[in-house]
Design a protein around this ligand. Sequence first.
Ligand SMILES: Cc1cc2nc3c(=O)[nH]c(=O)nc-3n(C[C@H](O)[C@H](O)[C@H](O)COP(=O)(O)OP(=O)(O)OC[C@H]3O[C@@H](n4cnc5c(N)ncnc54)[C@H](O)[C@@H]3O)c2cc1C
Length: 592
Amino acid sequence: MTYRAPINDILLALNHGAGLKAAVAAGHYGDFDGDITEAVLEEAGKFASDVLAPLNRVGDEHGIKLDGGKVTTAPGWPDAYKRWTDAGWNAVSGPEAFGGQGLPLAINAACTEIWSASNVAFGLCPLLTLSAIEALEAHGSEQLKKIYLGKLISGEWTGTMQLTEPQAGSDVGALRTRAERAADGTYRIKGTKIFITYGDHDMTDNIVHFVLARLPDAPAGTRGISLFLIPKFLVNADGSLGARNDIHPSGIEHKLGIHASPTCTMTMGDQGGAIGYLIGEENRGMQCMFTMMNQARLGVGLEGVGVADRAYQQALAYAQERRQGRAVGEAGNGSDPIIVHPDVKRMLMQMRAMTAAARTICYATAVALDVAVRAKDATVQADAAARGALLTPIAKAFSTDIGNEVAYLGVQVHGGMGFIEETGAAQHYRDARITSIYEGTNGIQAIDLVTRKLAANDGASVWSLLDELNGIVKQVEVSNDPAFGTTAAKLRDALGSLERASRWLLERVASAPNDALAGATPYLRLFGSALGGCYLASEALAARSEASGDHGRYVTLARFFAENISVQATSLEKTVTESAEAVTGADAVLIG
Ligand SMILES: Cc1cc2nc3c(=O)[nH]c(=O)nc-3n(C[C@H](O)[C@H](O)[C@H](O)COP(=O)(O)OP(=O)(O)OC[C@H]3O[C@@H](n4cnc5c(N)ncnc54)[C@H](O)[C@@H]3O)c2cc1C
């Protein structure tokens, strides 16, 4: 089954739930007035349906090959990538000074969802290039920008992000790849990286690797890490490609999902060391990498949304076709489509509502990151930066958990056929699984939320967000619309739980860190459940006030989320605040 981008849902989420329209109206987006948003998304949706979605299965079945030191992608992949870059899709949010279109990150976020929904293994490649662009733009020398930025923005070359080594996964500070200073101001890099996405491929002439390594005199841990740009092919002064650099794919992984995305072991130093160029300052590589990682974390959250939406669309279509049993009260022979059964309706509503909530959380993150750099006023910028920082781990972890859960339900709606590969439901389930692991596992995101984002300014970012969310609930109350059911009451309860859990954690981050860490994952879920519910309510209110013909469906969706998912906040609060002892005392069970 093909994929259709849900343009109306995306526009409502972007403009209203995520606040793009209000930010544009407040002048935070400069010249951008939002007029072209719909047209861009329509075109993206068309490209995704026509070109990328049909390759999704091909990529899954064919996978990739490593032969003679070269990786080849699935049939049709290089051509699709060329068409995609020729159409300008890689350059959507790139800086205009280097050939980009300078559109907001928020528009690109919606596009990222669309690429991921149609073909997540394909969309992953430009997602990393985008992160590389961010790091180079923010931290690279003018000379490096001149050589590499334009080609990365157009997509003529792709980027990789190379942190992981066998002994250094979540613990990046344990990495051992070595960098030595050369007399000409460049560096020679030697070492092995594992799990490198699109570490090699046949879609572009050159690949620009962003590699973390350690200088001989570097301090231990993350304070001794530097970031290097290492091109696959060196670039001559006239911009043409020169010698092959000493960085090669030495293995590829056989994986549960995203079969079409090459996951490479990369070896540097077989011929004396890969020539690398320093990005930023020596030993300050983690700062540069964080620029890339934040961007990539949002992108991975959007992968979760994309896969979820694709799984939902497919399950909905199946539920309308597959006939089993009769609706309650129907007599006679024959059977009804399974969508008549309340349990199937519930699964589908849960899929749709969770996807919609995750979508808006991701878009709201993108809007905050946009305003943090585009607004004229420094205070507005700083507030938006704090909001973006707070939302990033939620966007990543909540949305990818949702991606997994929705894909799981997608298989369930299909019954036995969901377990059979030919329906495609199983592929979504397999593809979704990695999203909660890479770019910092969801456990690490939850820790980041509690120990850095919540604690950063004594909770100020959370309190200001809570104020806004309480304002949305007030509007639901004022609307007096019975179609909202108990939405307002449920959301109030959820926000109360969020506030109490936040205070409980804040008190313990420093004084009882293990208690705070034990509650991190349920806290992130609580946060997403309360936040997502409020965002969906604000979208329903906006649809009502625009008197859009189908506003009733958005009210029902918001109500479903509040009454079925936001209500979990109350028990999650208890998990955070009352179960730490059982977790910290777990050694008695786990170790004995
Ligand atoms: C398909 C794929 C593509 C990838 N692409 C890239 C890439 O392009 N570039 C790159 O550099 N890497 C990439 N990775 C690596 C990926 O980012 C890591 O796998 C991930 O960061 C987790 O590291 P790990 O696998 O070593 O797990 P570990 O760090 O060993 O974690 C194992 C478990 O322990 C938990 N854990 C670890 N430390 C802590 C802690 N301090 N507190 C609480 N819990 C903890 C984790 O949450 C996890 O549940 C990729 C991986 C895969 C599978």
